[in-house]
Ligand binder design. Structure first.
Ligand SMILES: [Zn+2]
Length: 461
């Protein structure tokens, strides 16, 4: 295939060039290529040609209490492809008492029907031997997640974080953290329930931004002591971003991820009748936090944009974690998470249309930086010759509705319902194959491959 006449933007620059796809990889990227006999030609005049998106934070197929995330790897990755994402990195969870490598095998099996390439992170919920960290790295799982919240099920203490940081550092792994002060949040939740405050909005009131900022600062200190980098998932607030900046200023390699929901949705949504459909963690924040995060995207304070895609149907949302036929009894029973795997590129693109970001920022945040950070570069996130031909031909003028019925994620609720974006993929290629075209999925379940990720350079040996 020859993609002609487009504006090619990736880490190598912003230029007018033709791009040839050969045997699933990027071939030549230069102006003035002539089609070969039989070659399919795509006219990209007036369009952008960019690397396929890399979504470094998804939850597909995940059981959550009595319910399950409504997208599995087949439907979730097809939706991702339609929106221009060609690689996802999903989070495996090894629950307490469970063998992490057995959990990894389960996720590898779940991921087989994926329509685009898939990498996996590993979540530890208790102390692990260093050999387990090394074994995960050997399987291509070179990043680890630790929770500083949810003491009953997921949270680990600071000592475990320090030990895993050190072990990961020795084996070329990167630790990611969910940074909220779980113990203090638990106290606030108990107090709300004791005072009879049960509604969805209490979810947001009991998880204040100050407790996110505190945990990010503490994570920065632990990484500093361990002498390793650390990556903070779903940074949602100004205090959290300020703590990231403070750590970076004293030389800690702390990387921040945010998600589109924290750039444009506010906590007032939780007060609506369907407020439970807007429960996510950290919670949605007031607009001034959103402004700080946009600033961080532009100045490098925020490193990546992922989605934390974690959709539920309205019925499962209402039934809650305990699966009650008459609906959840209080806010602590509402499953948390929003759909987003399909809409990330378009929502960040709005930052380009409104002049807050450059096209190069958009490519860096959505594709290049996550690929580099998580050991996929330059196979992913790049249009250098030899890279996987994961290519998005982006049409800045294509309009797309964001109601649930306009989209492909398997859920009946959209946080962006009623909104239309301008800017959507015309074509999406996964390893040289067209998998989506103008909002239609044309790929195939099982086309996606598991991508073993590389350890961080210099960390081994
Ligand atoms: Zn998550």
């Amino acid at each position: 295939m020859l993609i002609r006449g487009g504006r090619v933007v990736d880490a190598a620059g912003d230029r007018s060039a033709d791009l040839r796809v050969e045997a699933g990889r990027v071939g030549e990227v230069v102006p003035g290529l002539e089609p070969r006999p039989g070659e399919e030609v795509v006219d990209a005049t007036g369009l952008l040609v960019v690397p396929g998106g890399v979504d470094a934070h998804t939850h597909l197929q995940l059981p959550v209490g009595e319910v399950r995330v409504s997208d599995d790897f087949r439907t979730g990755t097809a939706a991702a492809a339609v929106g221009g994402t060609t690689t996802v990195i999903d989070y495996v969870t090894a629950y307490r008492g469970e063998d992490p490598l057995a959990a990894l095998a389960t996720w590898r099996r779940w991921a087989e029907p994926a329509a685009i390439d898939v990498g996996l992170h590993m979540t530890f919920t208790e102390a692990v031997p260093e050999a387990t960290v090394a074994a995960c790295v050997g399987e291509g799982v070179t990043s680890f997640k630790l929770y500083m919240a949810y003491p009953d099920t997921l949270q680990v203490d600071d000592g475990v974080i320090l030990d895993v940081l050190r072990a990961a550092g020795r084996h070329g792994g990167l630790v990611t953290v969910h940074a909220e002060n779980g113990s203090a949040i638990d106290a606030l939740r108990r107090r709300a329930l004791a005072e009879g405050r049960r509604g969805a909005f209490e979810h947001s009131r009991t998880r204040p931004a100050a407790l996110e900022g505190e945990a990010v600062a503490r994570a920065g200190v632990l990484a500093e002591l361990a002498g390793t980098p650390i990556y903070v998932v779903h940074v949602s607030s100004a205090p959290a971003l300020a703590a990231v900046r403070a750590a970076r200023e004293r030389g800690v390699d702390m990387l921040a991820e945010t998600c589109p929901q924290y750039l444009r949705l506010g906590p007032e949504l939780l007060e609506r009748a369907d407020g439970d459909s807007f429960v996510c963690t950290p919670p949605l924040r007031d607009p001034w936090h959103q402004e700080e995060l946009w600033q961080g995207l532009a100045d490098g304070g925020v490193h990546t944009v992922a989605t934390d895609h974690c959709p539920f149907t309205v019925a499962d949302r209402r039934a809650g974690l305990r699966g009650r036929p008459d609906g959840w009894a209080d806010f602590t029973e509402i499953p948390g998470g929003l759909p987003g795997i399909e809409t990330r590129l378009a929502l960040v693109w709005e930052g380009v249309s409104t002049g807050r970001l450059t096209v190069a920022d958009w490519v860096r945040l959505c594709a290049e930086a996550p690929a580099r950070t998580f050991g996929l570069w330059p196979q992913k996130g790049s249009l250098a010759p030899g890279a996987d031909a994961d290519v998005v031909v982006w049409d800045p003028g294509l309009r797309q509705g964001l109601d649930a019925g306009d989209l492909h994620m398997r859920t009946d609720h959209s946080p962006y319902a009623g909104h239309t974006v301008t800017g959507w993929p015309r074509y999406v290629l996964s390893r040289g194959r067209v998998v989506a075209e103008r909002g239609r999925f044309v790929g195939e379940a099982g086309w996606g491959r598991y991508v073993a990720r590389r350890p961080r350079p210099g960390a081994r040996g």
